[in-house]
Every structure is written in C-alpha cells, then in structure tokens.
Write a protein of this length. Structure first.
Ligand code: KIV
Length: 275
C-alpha cells in the first residue's frame, strides 16, 4: 500500500520502508496549520517547518535572522494541522553551532515546546558530533548537506556545491559521517544529479533532494515556490505547479472592484432583523 493510501501517521520506519521499496518520499514546507492541513491531507509524507520561513514568510533576504522562538511558534501551528505527515522542525542559524549542549537543549525545545517529531540541521562532517549528541538524547535528526543556505556568506552566494572532484568527495564523506552519527535521513541540496544519485545509492538512510536530481529517495520543495506564490523566484530546480500569485491577485482585484461598485456584500451576505 502506498503511503498516500495509508492514513496512519508517518514515522521514521515508514520512511525507511519507503526507501527499501523504492517508493519516493514527498516532503514540503509549511509554516501554519492551514497549509499543513492541506499538505498532510494531500498525502505529503514529511512537513518541514523550514527556516525558509525567514524569506517566504518574514520577507528577509536570507534565513540567517530566524530565531529558535520563531521556529517553535510556527512548528506548534503546523503540528496542529498535520494529522498524518511527520513534522520536522529546522534548527535555525546559531541554535546548534556553539556546542553540543546548546544543540541538545535547543533540539529539545523544538520537540517539547514545538511538538515536532524530529529536527533538521545543516552541515556535514563538522556537525556530526552535534547530530550524535542530539540523537543520544532520543531526538531524531535529519541532516542537510551540499548547498546549505545558512552558509550563504561562506559560499559567496547560493552556488551549486560538489562540482569539483574534491568538493564531491567531501560531500560524500559528509553523508557517510552523518549517517554514522545517527541521522535518520539527509536533505541533499544544490548538487549535481550524479552526486545526489551516488550518495543515495551508498546510504542506508533515505535522501531527500532539492536541486539534487531525480535519483534521491524523495524530493522537497518550499511550498510557496511550488504554488508560484513568488513568481519572480524561478531557479532551475523549482517547478511552479500553479501560478497562485496570479489567482490571488485576480480574486483580490475582483473583491476591490465589487466593494467599490457596491456589488459586495450582496443581500445573501448580509444579516437582517426578523420582520
Ligand atoms: O528551510 C527550508 O525550507 C529547507 C528546505 C528547502 C530543505 O531547508
């Protein structure tokens, strides 16, 4: 039975079984309960409360100013709407880099206060000890390697990673180290399809790709990108399944014109006293 037909909640086991069966894992982002309810009911397996919320919801240029409090707040909302999907909360910039103790404390808050089932953090081999420490505390961790947006300044922009022999060797090592540290899954972002495929083949844990080609065990997109809510953002890896910005703009224009012309509210939208 595919996960879409099965209404029981998604767990880490579900994802492992899907990898074993060669069934693709579908992940999307959400920041509120309306969206998480729609996504979960549509059959999405994993909902990530990504720090992308800093860009798509808060209007920042990058993800770096998102705070732990922001992610806790949004995760609580998402969790209320996600009846089937596994909810993963992103660890924001500087909420795990300082020390293992800081990483465990903050991952714990995302579980205890945000009600997430798992956390995600960015970084490869150099973050393996953080992943290990959090997993030892009983908290599942999703890793994130390749083009890790929290390192945007170090990369000098949002650049595809792993294009040279040495870079791709390092990313393959990152993947192995994170699996060894206990990560239950890895996001592979912004890398050549061949590298995404090789890592996916070599790992036992599921890989979730974004701009990492078709060979990953699953795919993730930022929901606002998939829905065309920000039509100016159209990098190669994004597919706009609908131009929702246009749909919304047309609906709002119609509302404005009907208010101006007094066509709205019509009698059927108004309350009247009993005669
Ligand atoms: O923050 C986010 O939404 C992410 C995904 C795009 C992988 O990290």
């Amino acid at each position: 039975m595919s996960s879409q037909q099965n209404n029981s909640s998604v767990t880490l086991n579900t994802l492992n079984n899907m990898k074993e069966r060669g069934e693709k894992i579908c992940c999307l982002t959400a920041y509120d309960s309306t969206f998480s309810n729609i996504l979960s009911n549509s059959g999405v397996d994993v909902i990530l409360v990504g720090d992308s919320l800093g860009m798509v919801s808060q209007g920042h240029e990058n993800t770096l100013s998102v705070t732990l409090e922001d992610v806790i707040y949004h995760t609580r909302s998402v969790k209320r709407g996600a009846h089937r999907a596994l909810v993963v909360a992103d660890m924001p910039f500087m909420s795990y880099q300082v020390s293992g103790a800081q990483a465990v404390t903050n991952a714990g808050r995302l579980i205890q206060e945000g009600h997430a089932a798992a956390v995600k953090l960015e970084g490869g081999a150099r973050m393996a000890d953080r992943v290990h420490a959090i997993v030892q505390a009983g908290i599942p961790v999703m890793g994130h390697i390749g083009l890790t947006p929290q390192s945007v300044h170090q990369f000098g922009g949002y650049k595809i990673q792993g294009k040279t022999f040495l870079d791709s060797k390092q990313i393959k090592q990152d993947a192995k180290d994170l699996q060894k540290a206990g990560a239950f899954s890895l996001v592979l972002e912004g890398m050549p399809e061949e590298l995404g495929g090789k890592i996916t083949h070599d790992l036992e844990i599921p890989t979730i790709g974004i701009g990492a080609g078709s060979k990953c065990d699953g795919q993730i997109l930022v929901t606002h990108d998939l829905l065309g809510l920000n039509p100016d953002f159209a990098p190669k890896f994004v597919k706009h399944y609908v131009q929702l910005a246009d749909v919304i703009q047309n609906a709002v224009s119609e509302f404005i014109s009907e208010v101006h012309s007094k066509a709205f509210p019509a009698p059927k939208h108004s309350y009247n006293l009993k005669k």
